[in-house]
Write a protein that binds this ligand. Structure first.
Ligand SMILES: [Zn+2]
Length: 327
Protein backbone atom coordinates (compact mmCIF):
# COMPACT_ATOMS: atom_id res chain seq x y z
CA UNK A 1 0.00 0.00 0.00
CA UNK A 2 1.36 3.36 -0.96
CA UNK A 3 -0.11 6.70 -0.08
CA UNK A 4 0.25 9.45 -2.64
CA UNK A 5 0.15 13.04 -1.45
CA UNK A 6 -2.00 13.89 1.60
CA UNK A 7 1.13 15.00 3.45
CA UNK A 8 -0.75 16.96 6.07
CA UNK A 9 -3.08 14.09 6.87
CA UNK A 10 -0.11 11.74 7.26
CA UNK A 11 1.72 14.20 9.48
CA UNK A 12 -1.32 14.59 11.69
CA UNK A 13 -1.70 10.80 12.01
CA UNK A 14 1.98 10.46 12.79
CA UNK A 15 1.69 13.05 15.55
CA UNK A 16 -1.21 11.14 17.10
CA UNK A 17 0.59 7.84 16.82
CA UNK A 18 3.99 9.05 18.06
CA UNK A 19 2.44 10.66 21.11
CA UNK A 20 0.47 7.50 21.87
CA UNK A 21 -2.76 9.43 21.57
CA UNK A 22 -4.64 8.00 18.66
CA UNK A 23 -8.19 9.39 18.76
CA UNK A 24 -11.04 6.93 19.36
CA UNK A 25 -12.83 8.17 16.29
CA UNK A 26 -11.78 10.06 13.23
CA UNK A 27 -13.21 11.18 9.95
CA UNK A 28 -11.42 11.65 6.65
CA UNK A 29 -13.12 14.33 4.70
CA UNK A 30 -12.45 15.22 1.06
CA UNK A 31 -13.61 14.77 -2.51
CA UNK A 32 -14.11 11.30 -3.95
CA UNK A 33 -10.83 10.01 -5.28
CA UNK A 34 -8.58 11.82 -2.81
CA UNK A 35 -7.50 8.74 -0.86
CA UNK A 36 -9.89 8.64 2.11
CA UNK A 37 -10.25 4.88 2.12
CA UNK A 38 -6.53 4.24 1.77
CA UNK A 39 -5.93 6.54 4.73
CA UNK A 40 -8.63 4.69 6.67
CA UNK A 41 -6.73 1.42 6.13
CA UNK A 42 -3.50 3.14 7.09
CA UNK A 43 -5.14 4.37 10.31
CA UNK A 44 -6.47 0.90 11.11
CA UNK A 45 -2.89 -0.35 10.77
CA UNK A 46 -1.75 2.34 13.20
CA UNK A 47 -4.31 1.09 15.72
CA UNK A 48 -3.16 -2.52 15.47
CA UNK A 49 0.52 -2.51 14.56
CA UNK A 50 2.80 -3.39 17.46
CA UNK A 51 6.08 -2.47 15.80
CA UNK A 52 8.09 0.57 16.74
CA UNK A 53 7.87 2.13 13.30
CA UNK A 54 4.12 2.18 12.76
CA UNK A 55 2.60 1.00 10.54
CA UNK A 56 5.29 -1.50 9.53
CA UNK A 57 3.11 -2.89 6.69
CA UNK A 58 4.78 -6.25 7.30
CA UNK A 59 3.33 -7.70 10.50
CA UNK A 60 0.32 -10.00 10.40
CA UNK A 61 -2.05 -7.20 11.45
CA UNK A 62 -0.79 -4.71 8.85
CA UNK A 63 -0.80 -7.28 6.06
CA UNK A 64 -4.31 -8.51 6.74
CA UNK A 65 -5.64 -4.97 6.99
CA UNK A 66 -3.98 -4.20 3.66
CA UNK A 67 -5.78 -7.18 2.15
CA UNK A 68 -9.07 -6.36 3.89
CA UNK A 69 -9.19 -9.72 5.64
CA UNK A 70 -8.56 -8.72 9.24
CA UNK A 71 -11.34 -10.21 11.39
CA UNK A 72 -11.51 -7.18 13.68
CA UNK A 73 -11.71 -4.52 10.98
CA UNK A 74 -15.27 -4.13 9.82
CA UNK A 75 -16.16 -2.23 6.66
CA UNK A 76 -19.55 -0.77 5.90
CA UNK A 77 -20.83 1.58 3.22
CA UNK A 78 -23.27 4.02 4.79
CA UNK A 79 -24.63 5.00 1.39
CA UNK A 80 -27.28 2.30 1.34
CA UNK A 81 -27.67 1.39 4.96
CA UNK A 82 -30.89 1.28 6.96
CA UNK A 83 -31.05 2.18 10.64
CA UNK A 84 -31.79 -1.46 11.46
CA UNK A 85 -28.69 -2.61 9.54
CA UNK A 86 -26.47 -0.08 11.26
CA UNK A 87 -27.86 -0.97 14.71
CA UNK A 88 -27.23 -4.63 14.01
CA UNK A 89 -23.71 -3.92 12.79
CA UNK A 90 -22.78 -1.77 15.78
CA UNK A 91 -24.29 -4.18 18.27
CA UNK A 92 -21.29 -6.35 17.40
CA UNK A 93 -19.07 -3.76 19.03
CA UNK A 94 -20.14 -5.00 22.48
CA UNK A 95 -18.65 -8.42 21.81
CA UNK A 96 -15.01 -9.15 22.57
CA UNK A 97 -12.84 -8.58 19.50
CA UNK A 98 -12.03 -11.82 17.67
CA UNK A 99 -8.32 -11.51 18.43
CA UNK A 100 -8.83 -9.83 21.75
CA UNK A 101 -7.29 -6.42 21.02
CA UNK A 102 -9.53 -3.96 19.29
CA UNK A 103 -12.41 -3.76 16.86
CA UNK A 104 -12.25 -1.06 14.21
CA UNK A 105 -15.23 0.07 12.17
CA UNK A 106 -14.57 1.78 8.86
CA UNK A 107 -17.78 3.50 7.82
CA UNK A 108 -17.48 4.96 4.34
CA UNK A 109 -19.68 7.47 2.50
CA UNK A 110 -20.88 8.77 5.82
CA UNK A 111 -22.18 11.95 4.16
CA UNK A 112 -24.89 9.71 2.66
CA UNK A 113 -25.91 8.31 6.03
CA UNK A 114 -29.46 9.27 6.93
CA UNK A 115 -29.99 11.45 9.99
CA UNK A 116 -31.42 8.57 12.04
CA UNK A 117 -28.37 6.46 11.16
CA UNK A 118 -26.08 9.28 12.21
CA UNK A 119 -27.92 9.50 15.51
CA UNK A 120 -27.42 5.78 16.09
CA UNK A 121 -23.68 6.18 15.63
CA UNK A 122 -23.72 9.24 17.86
CA UNK A 123 -24.78 7.17 20.88
CA UNK A 124 -21.66 5.03 20.37
CA UNK A 125 -19.41 8.05 20.01
CA UNK A 126 -20.82 9.61 23.16
CA UNK A 127 -19.78 6.68 25.30
CA UNK A 128 -16.78 5.22 23.49
CA UNK A 129 -15.82 1.71 24.43
CA UNK A 130 -12.13 1.07 25.15
CA UNK A 131 -11.96 -1.70 22.62
CA UNK A 132 -13.75 0.00 19.70
CA UNK A 133 -12.53 2.59 17.19
CA UNK A 134 -14.46 4.33 14.44
CA UNK A 135 -13.05 5.65 11.18
CA UNK A 136 -15.52 7.55 8.97
CA UNK A 137 -15.06 8.83 5.46
CA UNK A 138 -17.17 11.59 3.95
CA UNK A 139 -16.98 13.86 0.95
CA UNK A 140 -19.37 16.50 2.34
CA UNK A 141 -18.60 17.67 5.83
CA UNK A 142 -21.80 19.71 5.88
CA UNK A 143 -23.89 16.56 5.55
CA UNK A 144 -22.59 15.27 8.87
CA UNK A 145 -24.32 16.23 12.12
CA UNK A 146 -22.38 18.83 14.12
CA UNK A 147 -22.77 16.61 17.19
CA UNK A 148 -20.78 13.94 15.35
CA UNK A 149 -18.22 16.37 13.99
CA UNK A 150 -17.50 17.56 17.52
CA UNK A 151 -16.71 13.99 18.61
CA UNK A 152 -14.39 12.90 15.82
CA UNK A 153 -10.97 14.15 14.76
CA UNK A 154 -11.63 15.53 11.28
CA UNK A 155 -8.71 15.08 8.89
CA UNK A 156 -9.04 16.68 5.42
CA UNK A 157 -7.79 14.87 2.33
CA UNK A 158 -6.91 16.66 -0.89
CA UNK A 159 -5.98 16.38 -4.54
CA UNK A 160 -2.40 16.01 -5.72
CA UNK A 161 -0.76 18.60 -7.92
CA UNK A 162 -1.27 17.63 -11.59
CA UNK A 163 2.46 16.81 -11.84
CA UNK A 164 2.35 14.52 -8.78
CA UNK A 165 -0.83 12.94 -10.07
CA UNK A 166 0.76 12.27 -13.45
CA UNK A 167 3.79 10.65 -11.78
CA UNK A 168 1.53 8.54 -9.55
CA UNK A 169 -0.54 7.39 -12.52
CA UNK A 170 2.59 6.33 -14.37
CA UNK A 171 3.84 4.50 -11.30
CA UNK A 172 0.53 2.67 -11.21
CA UNK A 173 0.96 1.51 -14.78
CA UNK A 174 -1.00 4.13 -16.72
CA UNK A 175 1.20 4.50 -19.75
CA UNK A 176 -1.01 6.50 -22.07
CA UNK A 177 -2.26 10.02 -21.49
CA UNK A 178 -1.28 10.26 -17.82
CA UNK A 179 -0.58 13.97 -18.21
CA UNK A 180 -3.96 14.60 -19.84
CA UNK A 181 -5.85 12.62 -17.21
CA UNK A 182 -4.03 14.37 -14.36
CA UNK A 183 -4.93 17.77 -15.80
CA UNK A 184 -8.49 16.77 -16.65
CA UNK A 185 -9.21 15.71 -13.08
CA UNK A 186 -7.29 18.50 -11.39
CA UNK A 187 -4.89 16.09 -9.69
CA UNK A 188 -7.64 13.80 -8.39
CA UNK A 189 -5.81 10.48 -8.52
CA UNK A 190 -8.82 8.26 -7.81
CA UNK A 191 -10.98 9.76 -10.54
CA UNK A 192 -8.12 9.88 -13.05
CA UNK A 193 -7.33 6.24 -12.35
CA UNK A 194 -10.95 5.24 -12.76
CA UNK A 195 -11.10 6.96 -16.14
CA UNK A 196 -7.80 5.37 -17.17
CA UNK A 197 -9.09 1.88 -16.38
CA UNK A 198 -12.09 2.35 -18.63
CA UNK A 199 -10.80 1.92 -22.16
CA UNK A 200 -13.22 4.61 -23.30
CA UNK A 201 -12.85 6.67 -20.13
CA UNK A 202 -11.24 9.70 -21.72
CA UNK A 203 -13.55 9.52 -24.73
CA UNK A 204 -16.62 9.93 -22.50
CA UNK A 205 -15.07 12.93 -20.80
CA UNK A 206 -14.11 14.49 -24.13
CA UNK A 207 -17.69 14.06 -25.38
CA UNK A 208 -19.07 15.52 -22.15
CA UNK A 209 -16.82 18.55 -22.56
CA UNK A 210 -17.86 19.04 -26.18
CA UNK A 211 -21.46 18.74 -25.11
CA UNK A 212 -21.06 21.40 -22.43
CA UNK A 213 -19.20 23.61 -24.93
CA UNK A 214 -22.31 23.43 -27.14
CA UNK A 215 -24.46 24.38 -24.15
CA UNK A 216 -22.17 27.37 -23.57
CA UNK A 217 -22.81 28.47 -27.15
CA UNK A 218 -26.47 27.68 -26.67
CA UNK A 219 -26.23 25.55 -29.79
CA UNK A 220 -28.75 22.73 -29.37
CA UNK A 221 -28.07 21.11 -32.72
CA UNK A 222 -24.36 20.83 -31.93
CA UNK A 223 -25.17 19.24 -28.59
CA UNK A 224 -27.44 16.71 -30.27
CA UNK A 225 -24.71 15.95 -32.80
CA UNK A 226 -22.34 15.18 -29.91
CA UNK A 227 -24.82 12.69 -28.44
CA UNK A 228 -24.95 10.89 -31.79
CA UNK A 229 -21.25 10.16 -31.45
CA UNK A 230 -21.65 8.38 -28.12
CA UNK A 231 -20.81 4.74 -28.78
CA UNK A 232 -23.48 2.08 -28.33
CA UNK A 233 -21.57 -1.19 -28.13
CA UNK A 234 -23.71 -4.34 -28.26
CA UNK A 235 -22.58 -5.60 -24.87
CA UNK A 236 -23.45 -2.35 -23.10
CA UNK A 237 -25.66 -0.12 -25.23
CA UNK A 238 -26.51 2.32 -22.47
CA UNK A 239 -23.33 2.49 -20.39
CA UNK A 240 -21.54 5.10 -22.51
CA UNK A 241 -24.52 7.51 -22.51
CA UNK A 242 -24.73 7.12 -18.76
CA UNK A 243 -21.03 7.98 -18.43
CA UNK A 244 -21.33 11.07 -20.65
CA UNK A 245 -24.47 12.31 -18.87
CA UNK A 246 -22.79 11.88 -15.49
CA UNK A 247 -19.62 13.67 -16.63
CA UNK A 248 -21.63 16.55 -18.15
CA UNK A 249 -23.72 16.72 -14.97
CA UNK A 250 -20.56 17.01 -12.89
CA UNK A 251 -19.29 19.94 -14.96
CA UNK A 252 -22.65 21.68 -14.46
CA UNK A 253 -22.59 20.84 -10.76
CA UNK A 254 -19.18 22.48 -10.44
CA UNK A 255 -20.46 25.55 -12.30
CA UNK A 256 -23.22 25.90 -9.71
CA UNK A 257 -20.70 25.43 -6.88
CA UNK A 258 -18.53 28.19 -8.42
CA UNK A 259 -21.58 30.49 -8.71
CA UNK A 260 -22.03 30.02 -4.95
CA UNK A 261 -18.43 30.96 -4.23
CA UNK A 262 -17.24 27.36 -3.77
CA UNK A 263 -14.39 25.38 -5.30
CA UNK A 264 -15.10 23.02 -8.21
CA UNK A 265 -14.65 19.45 -7.07
CA UNK A 266 -16.19 16.74 -9.19
CA UNK A 267 -16.18 17.79 -12.84
CA UNK A 268 -13.46 17.01 -15.35
CA UNK A 269 -13.04 20.55 -16.62
CA UNK A 270 -12.94 23.39 -14.11
CA UNK A 271 -12.38 25.96 -16.85
CA UNK A 272 -15.59 24.98 -18.64
CA UNK A 273 -17.43 25.09 -15.32
CA UNK A 274 -16.13 28.59 -14.73
CA UNK A 275 -17.32 29.72 -18.15
CA UNK A 276 -20.74 28.18 -17.55
CA UNK A 277 -20.96 30.00 -14.24
CA UNK A 278 -20.22 33.26 -16.05
CA UNK A 279 -22.80 32.63 -18.73
CA UNK A 280 -25.75 31.37 -16.72
CA UNK A 281 -27.21 32.73 -13.47
CA UNK A 282 -27.28 30.45 -10.40
CA UNK A 283 -31.02 29.68 -10.63
CA UNK A 284 -30.53 28.38 -14.18
CA UNK A 285 -27.48 26.34 -13.15
CA UNK A 286 -29.45 24.97 -10.24
CA UNK A 287 -32.23 23.91 -12.59
CA UNK A 288 -29.70 22.33 -14.97
CA UNK A 289 -28.17 20.46 -12.02
CA UNK A 290 -31.52 18.96 -11.08
CA UNK A 291 -32.26 17.97 -14.67
CA UNK A 292 -28.79 16.40 -15.01
CA UNK A 293 -29.28 14.52 -11.72
CA UNK A 294 -32.64 13.28 -12.97
CA UNK A 295 -31.06 11.90 -16.13
CA UNK A 296 -28.10 10.42 -14.26
CA UNK A 297 -30.76 8.58 -12.29
CA UNK A 298 -32.70 7.55 -15.40
CA UNK A 299 -29.56 6.28 -17.11
CA UNK A 300 -28.68 4.25 -14.01
CA UNK A 301 -31.76 2.12 -14.60
CA UNK A 302 -31.64 -0.77 -16.99
CA UNK A 303 -34.36 0.03 -19.45
CA UNK A 304 -34.12 3.13 -21.55
CA UNK A 305 -33.71 3.97 -25.19
CA UNK A 306 -30.33 5.64 -25.61
CA UNK A 307 -31.30 7.94 -28.53
CA UNK A 308 -34.59 9.10 -27.03
CA UNK A 309 -32.98 9.64 -23.65
CA UNK A 310 -30.13 11.67 -25.16
CA UNK A 311 -32.72 13.83 -26.94
CA UNK A 312 -34.78 14.31 -23.79
CA UNK A 313 -31.65 15.17 -21.79
CA UNK A 314 -30.67 17.81 -24.33
CA UNK A 315 -34.20 19.25 -24.44
CA UNK A 316 -34.24 19.44 -20.64
CA UNK A 317 -30.89 21.22 -20.36
CA UNK A 318 -31.55 23.66 -23.20
CA UNK A 319 -35.03 24.25 -21.78
CA UNK A 320 -33.44 25.27 -18.51
CA UNK A 321 -30.92 27.46 -20.36
CA UNK A 322 -33.72 29.17 -22.23
CA UNK A 323 -35.08 30.45 -18.92
CA UNK A 324 -31.97 32.54 -18.57
CA UNK A 325 -33.76 35.81 -19.19
CA UNK A 326 -37.04 35.02 -17.52
CA UNK A 327 -36.16 36.13 -14.03
ZN1 LIG B 1 2.58 -3.66 11.46
Amino acid sequence: MKIYGNKQALEQLKRYSDSGRMPHSLMFCGNDGTGKRTLADFTAMLYFCGEREKPCMKCSDCRRIGEHIHPDVIYADCGDMSVADLRELLRGSFATPVEGKLRVYILSNFHFARKDCQNVLLTYLEEPSDSVRFILTASEKNAVLPTILSRVAVIPTCELSPKECEAALKEMGVTEGADKLAAMFGGNLGQALKAAKDKNGTLYFDLAREYIAALLEYHEYKALAVTRRIPQPKEDKRGPLKAVVAAAGNIIHDAFVISQGGTPSCGCDAELSRRLAEKYPPFVLNEMCSRAAEFTDITSRVNFNAVLTANAFTAALFGAAENKNLK
